[in-house]
Design a protein around this ligand. Structure first.
Ligand code: HEC
Ligand code: HEC
Ligand code: HEC
Ligand code: HEC
Ligand code: HEC
Length: 274
């Protein structure tokens, strides 16, 4: 996949150069969509009606399009040869059946697939449980947030109560992460070395965001508490920095005040002697 993505990237880049003037005028997404119009899957499907054309329109606004994950990266096939594009000999996989979706998406999202398959949802796969596309959609996949946990989506199959508890724990921790990241940005802006704090936050945040697919309420609650105690340590370091900054400001203020006073005295003295 990396090689292919690289190849597409090159194509994208050269087309970007060719349309350098346009680049200044067009928003990034429109440009991107223009740059990829040359793969045969999009050329042909883009002109097909209904269910065969829809994937192109949906995909264009997806996080996959943004990251150069093309039709053939998911479906296989040959994106350069219209006549053989969908030939199994060129690796075309077709559209996956419901039970095959987690493995289909999981080729790239390996960790998520593992968590999902172990979860109550994975165990109910093809027996009334949700697949990846039930929650994320198939072509219009966008950046995942905890807003995906909502009553409309999660009460299609069972009551919302357990989902609500998960969401609350996730939300509280997310808010704390937001506050800390804001503070770190401020210090960074002032030239303070925040590398270590950033790394701590980054790792806590990443680990935390892999929690969901287990849909294990007890684990989410437990690990939320643990993550929050890690975050609390970062918060303590930040508070120390804040205290130091205030001290520096006071000392700085005293120094400036002193200098001004000296200048004033000097001026007054000179005037007396003039
Ligand atoms: C020349 C036109 C054309 C090209 C090029 C083309 N397709 Fe298709 N595609 C079709 C048509 C027509 C159908 C519906 C009939 C069929 O399944 O053969 C289809 C069906 C599909 C399906 C649904 C198959 C299923 O199992 O239900 C997928 C997925 C798909 N195309 C993906 C791709 C991808 C990926 C590429 C590029 C590698 C591609 N197509 C290139 C015309 C095209
Ligand atoms: C992120 C992976 C992914 C990408 C990228 C992707 N698809 Fe799909 N596509 C799927 C999945 C999964 C399904 C099966 C959907 C389902 O069952 O909900 C599917 C189904 C389809 C179908 C059958 C539609 C139907 O309703 O029967 C077509 C046609 C298709 N894709 C074409 C494309 C084309 C053309 C592109 C590029 C613009 C593309 N896909 C990009 C994952 C992808
Ligand atoms: C060929 C590899 C590949 C396949 C197959 C694939 N994805 Fe992705 N996906 C990516 C890449 C690359 C990104 C962007 C980088 C990232 O966020 O990991 C991404 C991003 C995402 C995101 C956003 C992640 C975030 O950080 O918010 C979701 C959700 C997602 N994919 C779901 C799916 C689903 C659902 C399927 C199957 C229908 C699928 N992916 C199939 C490569 C793939
Ligand atoms: C029951 C709904 C649901 C199902 C099923 C589901 N997801 Fe998610 N997914 C979510 C939610 C909610 C989040 C956001 C979690 C967060 O931000 O803490 C998410 C986050 C993600 C992310 C970004 C976070 C990360 O860990 O990288 C990816 C990628 C992703 N899902 C892919 C998948 C794939 C692939 C499958 C199928 C194997 C799948 N999801 C199944 C709801 C679901
Ligand atoms: C397509 C149906 C479907 C959808 C949609 C769905 N679930 Fe589930 N969910 C199930 C099934 C089936 C089970 C297993 C039986 C049970 O515990 O109710 C389950 C179980 C659960 C459990 C209990 C897990 C355990 O180990 O006890 C939680 C929590 C959960 N789902 C959360 C969610 C959340 C959050 C969403 C929305 C993002 C969601 N579900 C959407 C079908 C679904």
């Amino acid at each position: 996949m990396n090689n292919k993505a690289g190849l597409h990237m090159n194509k994208w880049l050269s087309s970007l150069l060719a349309t350098a003037t346009l680049a200044l005028l067009l928003p990034a997404t429109a440009l991107h969509a223009q740059g990829v119009a040359e793969i045969v899957c999009i050329q042909c499907h883009g002109n097909l009606p209904g269910k065969l054309g829809e994937p192109v329109r949906d995909w264009r606004r997806s996080i996959h399009a943004e990251n150069a994950v093309y039709c053939n990266d998911c479906h296989g096939g040959d994106p350069k040869d219209a006549a053989n594009a969908m030939s199994p000999a060129r690796g075309f996989l077709g559209a996956p059946k419901e039970a095959a979706i987690p493995a289909f998406c999981g080729r790239c999202h390996v960790g998520v697939k593992k968590d999902y398959l172990q979860s109550a949802h994975g165990k109910a796969l093809a027996k009334g449980g949700p697949t990846c596309v039930t929650c994320h959609g198939n072509h219009a996949v966008i950046k995942a947030t905890i807003d995906l946990i909502n009553e409309t989506s999660c009460s299609r199959c069972h009551s919302y109560e357990r989902a609500a508890r998960m969401k609350q724990a996730l939300q509280e921790t997310e808010a704390l992460i937001g506050t800390i990241s804001g503070k770190i940005e401020l210090f960074k802006g002032e030239g303070v070395d925040t590398d270590l704090l950033e790394k701590g936050l980054f790792s806590a945040r990443n680990r935390y965001h892999t929690l969901f697919h287990d849909v294990d309420v007890a684990r989410v609650t437990r690990e939320s508490a643990q993550t929050r105690s890690e975050l609390a340590k970062i918060m303590v370091s930040l508070t120390k920095l804040e205290v130091e900054r205030t001290k520096r400001k006071i000392i700085g203020g005293v120094a400036v005040g002193g200098a001004l006073l000296a200048a004033l005295l000097f001026y007054l003295l000179r005037r007396t002697f003039d």
